[in-house]
Design a protein around this ligand. Sequence first.
Ligand code: CMP
Length: 141
Amino acid sequence: MSSTSPAERTLVLIKPDAVRRGLIGEITGRFERKGLHIEAMVLRAMDAQLADQHYAEHVERDFYPPLKDFMTGGPLVAMVLSGDTAVEIVRAMIGATDGRKATAGTIRGDLSMSNRENLVHASDSAASAAREIALWFPELG
Ligand code: CMP
């Protein structure tokens, strides 16, 4: 598509495991080299209330309590990326949820051995992106 195609936005979280492991630059660099545009970026913590809102579809799942502990257990980087079909492109770049199964060449496939501590979250649809961006960056509304 041409560079004049309307940009789509997506929300990305560089999770606490990636921050602890010193992988902010590695992960952000991949998105930058791909040609995605960073519209907003902040290092911050996710508190319990934001975790329940962000992961609303998972709060009843067995894996949610440890996921919540993990996601609220240290600083993370929240960012808004934009570009043509950014939602689909970023999901392809991060790979399957379980890092042990994710394809080599993807962020999780190259750098994660876990299905919880999987380094990155990215919106799974344009509708999720709109909801998640409103939660994390209400000023971009
Ligand atoms: P994420 O893309 O942020 O969306 C939901 C998160 O829940 C997922 O990445 C993982 O961190 C976590 N997750 C999903 N499935 C499982 C699972 N079966 N066991 C543990 N954690 C999971």
